[in-house]
Design a protein around this ligand. Sequence first.
Ligand code: PLP
Length: 398
Amino acid sequence: MLPLHSHPSGRHFLQIPGPTNVPDRVLRAIDNPTIDHRGPEFGELGKAVLAGMKKVFQTESDVIIYPASGTGSWEAALVNTMSPGDKVLMAETGHFATLWKKVAERLKLRVEFQEGDWRHGADAEQIGKRLAADSGHEIKAVCVVHNETATGVVSDVAAVRKAIDDANHPALLMVDTISSLASIDYRHDEWGVDVTVAGSQKGLMLPAGLSFNAISAKALKASETAALLRSYWDWKEMLAINPSGYFPYTPATNLLYGLYEALQMLFAEGLENVFARHKRHGEATRRAVQAWGLEILCRKPEEYSPALTAVMMPAGHSADAFRKTVLTHFNMSLGQGLSKVSDKIFRIGHLGDFNDLTLCGTLSGVEMGLSKAGVPHKPGGVQAALDYLSQTSKPYPA
Ligand code: PLP
């Protein structure tokens, strides 16, 4: 007989900022029998998800889907457009910007890292100044993380684009939207982004395992002369076969079923409504945090993330001990502080398949956890969120 493991009743609350909760509809879709990825049925699926992803990126240009986690699409963005020794300008917004920098360095790119304090977004003005000083156009790309998952800070991509244009500089603009796509308004074409990087496990409500590049005509042109070695990540192979809905190597067929279903859900809700929902839940969360008397890591209200909120622990208290209390008493996972802010912050994910009552449960778990773990705070955070949610709720369907 198999050993019996104790299992807490009810659903686990997975409130880390990704991977997010996968909706039942998407799980059921993934559960379908695998089909021949070279057969006629697959081509229709491939065409549908590629077209759907263009809508999500708000682009008319090409989109690539890799069977890979987000890190793969970081690498793909660089190896398809850069040559060994090229200089790239990256903004230090937090842990994930720092990891992308490491990828670039391993690829033998020369990285100029604009220092940040992990409490602000990319500084468009500083980027503009640096590019204006680069009269020889040595800098080949500017790389920015749209929503820094480690800090809950959103960078203003349109402002970075404007800074590049104002400096009259030809650098490519590359943006990581791994934790913003399909949660926070993002416009690949309108903002003049050359390569957008994304992943499946956050706003797209899928498990990890798919990642994306959206590509501008300028990036595609750059790929013709880019000399970094590439094979698996080569856009050319993909673009040659994708128009017929097929892939040059075995695609993650069952994840693509899930993607098809997730896209149906996002389009039925309407992307505008999806973005508004995330904004509203971000605001409700911050009202709770402020009522508790705790500090939000993000310094500037205009940079608050609608996808997650990073909360600073009062001095002398361990964020990880608090998270452990929440997990063991209330069966909820909260995001940990990463590298520089390890044990100093915890992160509340409020993105993906999420509604008012999911947020109420999440914030209740946090408030009870703060009391249980002896973290100094004021009562009333959940009530502040409830008041805001009930004042701003709308009947469904709208
Ligand atoms: N970029 C951001 C903003 C992320 O949040 C993550 C993962 O959480 C990554 C990149 C890396 O993606 P992955 O872990 O899927 O390789």
